[in-house]
Design a protein around this ligand. Structure first.
Ligand SMILES: [Zn+2]
Length: 308
């Protein structure tokens, strides 16, 4: 009797094991293939999709915010993708549309269910009164660097959850649950960041590329000017002379630059004594910024350290 029972137990054990193995295999086989343009978006997608999603970022985080150098590996990644998660507002205009044309994947084309534009519902700042691409303006639909505002990131998370659900409605419950948990986590962090960023209130700063308005707005920093003449247009010598004067007059404390050449920021610093800080606007540029929350935390800490 005892032997029989043991034998039976073993059979049940193997059956359960086989079932578990099969299920795991099925989960992996059916993992959603997501491609995000920037690391911060890839991380938020990971937080919403968890084990259901395999997500990769095209940019590594140190690239020019509007000019990600295209690698041959981007094409097969986009070709296989079930969903594409992007900033929108023409942020990726100079490199993504051409890639989508060669990637030959109708699922992720603009207007298709797999095209997840995270700018939907975002209140956009610096919207130009008239569109003028002829002058090379890279922000024709307003400033697209909204990821730097953690409050707006909650809308981004919602947009990603909605986009994933649109494509994979069978997983809606999981996406909703993960979204709720992530938004709650963000809310906790936002309270901490608002406290930690108190020394930034009223700090006057200069940016290289217009990337910092959302963060400045959130934490009360005052923008004095930009090194670029217009988004994506390098300054004239005249503009630099004026900017140097403005920095001196307004007693601006910080010059923030990212992917751009440090030569001009250093030159302006030597003429004005302004402190130069290098920070990137898409997350992921280094191990301390490999998740959205770590990136914003690192950014806030670095700025606070720079003014104290
Ligand atoms: Zn920009």
């Amino acid at each position: 009797m005892k032997t029989l029972l043991t034998n039976y137990n073993w059979k049940v054990f193997f059956f359960v094991l086989a079932l578990a193995w099969l299920q795991t295999g099925m989960v992996f086989a059916q993992q959603i293939r997501a491609v995000a343009t920037w690391p911060a978006l890839a991380d938020i997608t990971r937080q919403i999709g968890k084990e259901l999603v395999n997500v990769e970022s095209l940019a590594t985080g140190v690239e020019d915010p509007h000019g990600v150098p295209v690698k041959p590996s981007f094409v097969p990644r986009l070709n296989r993708a079930d969903v594409l998660i992007l900033i929108g507002l023409n942020d990726e205009h100079s490199w993504l549309p051409a890639l989508l044309e060669v990637a030959n994947n109708s699922k992720i084309l603009p207007g298709r269910p797999g095209y997840i534009d995270c700018s939907l519902g975002i209140s956009v700042l610096e919207v130009p009164s008239r569109l003028d691409r002829a002058e090379g303006d890279l922000h024709p639909n307003g400033n697209p660097h909204y990821l730097l505002d953690p409050v707006r990131a909650k809308i981004v998370a919602q947009n990603i959850a909605t986009g994933l659900t649109r494509n994979f409605p069978q997983n809606q419950q999981a996406f909703d649950k993960n979204l709720k948990a992530y938004v709650a986590e963000l809310d906790n962090w936002i309270v901490r960041w608002e406290k930690a960023a108190a020394p930034l209130r009223g700090v006057k700063f200069v940016e290289y590329h217009p990337e910092w308005v959302y963060l400045a707005d959130r934490f009360g920093m005052k923008l004095v000017g930009s090194v670029e003449l217009k988004p994506g247009i390098e300054p004239t010598p005249n503009h630099i002379v004026e900017l140097v004067q403005q920095i001196k007059q307004e007693k601006a404390q910080l010059l923030i630059f990212g992917a751009q050449n440090p030569r001009l920021p250093q030159q302006i610093a030597s003429e004005t004594g302004i402190k130069v800080v290098r920070l990137y606007s898409g997350g992921g540029s280094q191990p301390e910024t490999d998740t959205y929350i770590k990136w914003i935390d690192y950014t806030v800490r670095t700025l606070v350290q720079s003014v104290s």
